[in-house]
Design a protein around this ligand. Structure first.
Ligand code: G3P
Ligand code: MG
Length: 234
């Protein structure tokens, strides 16, 4: 079972910062996960929430702020003094960090609340400048966007993110055209998890921070977990 550092090593470092991704790069794990939003001037910013309030010393929506303003915010201090002056990374900085490693980079498109027109194409253009198309997974809770990516960029690995226990998911994924499923981990133990594996879909489960659950997921045949504490699973 593969290990992905969720928002970087977000248990011990401020999530979605270069500090969290640098820590992940040092570990013998298969991948990292990050979240992207678009700034007002169309830059791909690595941050989880729609607003900067929870993880920075600023306030407001990412979509309403220029990247220059976003970059002035402190994205580390909320996690502790030791992380003061971490910035909200540009996606390009994270790809730069991993361009010479073997890690898979899972880019989650956070277009499920604000649609961020053109975001997926911008991500792919950037991924291509780093020649990393074969080492990224694009995922989203926004199935309209992820189906678009699967259709326009069929060689890119795509994943539909789900939260609930759902019926007939393999048939649904086939309709979307995506290549894998990223599921809330307890739902992997339900019929849905078994059906996905029987249909040969790669299934990755979020967010797993306890070894006991990881062991159970391995038994079900889950391919990978996203965890805030990757070193627990080495
Ligand atoms: O991509 C897996 C996981 O990150 C999805 O949920 O809210 O942590 O982005 P969230
Ligand atoms: Mg995410």
């Amino acid at each position: 079972m593969k290990i992905f550092a969720h928002r970087g090593c977000s248990g011990d470092y401020p999530e979605n910062t270069l500090a969290a991704f640098r820590a992940a790069r040092e570990l013998p794990i298969e991948g990292i996960e990050l979240d992207v939003h678009l700034s007002r001037d169309g830059e791909l910013m690595v941050i989880h929430d729609e607003s900067v309030d929870r993880t920075t010393d600023g306030s407001g929506f990412v979509k309403d702020m220029m990247s220059e303003e976003l970059r002035m915010l402190d994205a580390g201090i909320w996690k502790g003094e030791a992380f003061a002056n971490e910035r909200i990374p540009f996606l390009s900085e994270v790809l730069e960090l991993f361009k010479d490693t073997t890690h898979v980079v899972n880019i989650e498109l956070k277009s499920d609340i604000f649609p961020y027109e053109g975001m997926a194409d911008r991500v792919l253009r950037l991924v291509d400048t780093f020649q990393m198309r074969d080492r990224v997974i694009l995922s989203s809770f926004d199935h309209e966007t992820i189906a678009y990516v699967a259709k326009i960029y069929p060689d890119v690995e795509t994943a539909a993110l789900t939260m609930e226990v759902l019926m007939d998911v393999p048939a649904y994924l086939k309709r979307l055209g995506v290549s894998s499923a990223h599921v809330f981990f307890p739902t992997a133990f339900r019929r849905m998890g078994h059906e996905l594996k029987a249909a040969n879909y790669p299934v990755r489960a979020y967010t797993v921070n306890e070894v006991a659950y990881a062991d159970m997921l391995r038994k079900v045949g889950i391919d990978a977990i996203f965890t805030d504490y990757p070193e627990r699973f080495l």
